[in-house]
Design a protein around this ligand. Structure first.
Ligand code: URA
Length: 255
């Protein structure tokens, strides 16, 4: 396999695309099932057939080489690629500083985000804002929520805020990956299991993965709890841990 083809296939694998389709080869001739009189012995086998060199598989370019956030937004358009479009009000592309060295990735819009078209503007969003602003200020790092970029794995609200299905993540994930490839941040904070799964193919739970560095295409990824999880009163220990995770990410990026 050529290096070019291997690179392309790895790129598609990182996009979460697991199945590539080739056009089917022409069907082999089938001997008709009719009785024939025994004839003369069969002619000798012809020389072994050398199949022609296969042509490289032509894959559509999911990420144009000169990609930009505006192009991604335009490509999303009035997206109807998956069932999530049916119940959405607004597509939630992302918000904040596109030049930021730090990007937060959540799961998908909730009710407030769906109305406003902006990520993390509801209760979980308020907690995320506090976490970023307060941790940065305590640690002497001069940033606020507005300094970073925030987006989600899926851009449309799942009904009843259910977890996105694997096919929805696969379809919408291509836009998240393009966003990350354009921004090329120094680090990503994956908020919760869905973001960890989309970026890292995580098979372990957040509790096991959090607080450690992982990587996605040479970008460091810190996994931590989703703010919605931290809002539940019985998860107060996790809140302290999430603060620690965020501290690590902020120092790594801004020190
Ligand atoms: N939860 C998320 O994962 N994303 C949002 O934008 C809001 C809540």
């Amino acid at each position: 396999m050529s290096d070019d083809l291997r690179g392309l296939l790895e790129y598609y694998r990182d996009l979460g695309i697991k199945t590539l389709y080739r056009r089917a080869a022409p069907a082999a001739a089938v001997t008709p099932a009719i009785a024939v009189e025994p004839g003369p012995p069969p002619a000798p086998e012809p020389a072994a057939f050398e199949p022609p060199m296969p042509k490289p598989i032509e894959l559509p370019s999911l990420q144009p080489s000169d990609d930009t956030m505006l192009k991604i937004l335009a490509d999303i358009g009035d997206c109807r690629r998956c069932r999530l479009h049916q119940g959405r009000n607004k597509i939630v592309f992302g918000s904040g500083n596109e030049q930021s060295p730090l990007v937060f990735v959540g799961e998908g819009p909730g009710a407030d985000e769906d109305v406003q078209g902006l990520p993390f503007v509801g209760r979980a969003g308020q907690l995320l804002t506090q976490m970023i602003d307060n941790t940065a200020s305590k640690e002497g790092i001069r940033i606020t929520r507005a300094s970073v970029y925030i987006c989600n794995v899926v851009k449309c609200r799942p009904p009843e805020n259910r977890t996105p299905e694997p096919d929805e993540m696969e379809i919408c994930g291509q836009f998240l990956f393009r966003q990350l490839m354009v921004m090329k941040p120094k680090a990503i904070v994956a908020l919760g299991g869905t973001a960890a799964k989309a970026l890292l193919g995580a098979r372990e739970g957040v509790t096991k993965m959090r607080g450690k560095w992982h990587s996605w295409r040479d970008i460091q990824v810190m996994v931590t709890y989703h703010p919605s999880y931290l809002l539940r009163p019985y998860n107060q220990n996790a809140k302290r841990e999430a603060w620690e995770d965020l501290k690590k990410a902020l120092h790594y990026v801004y020190d």
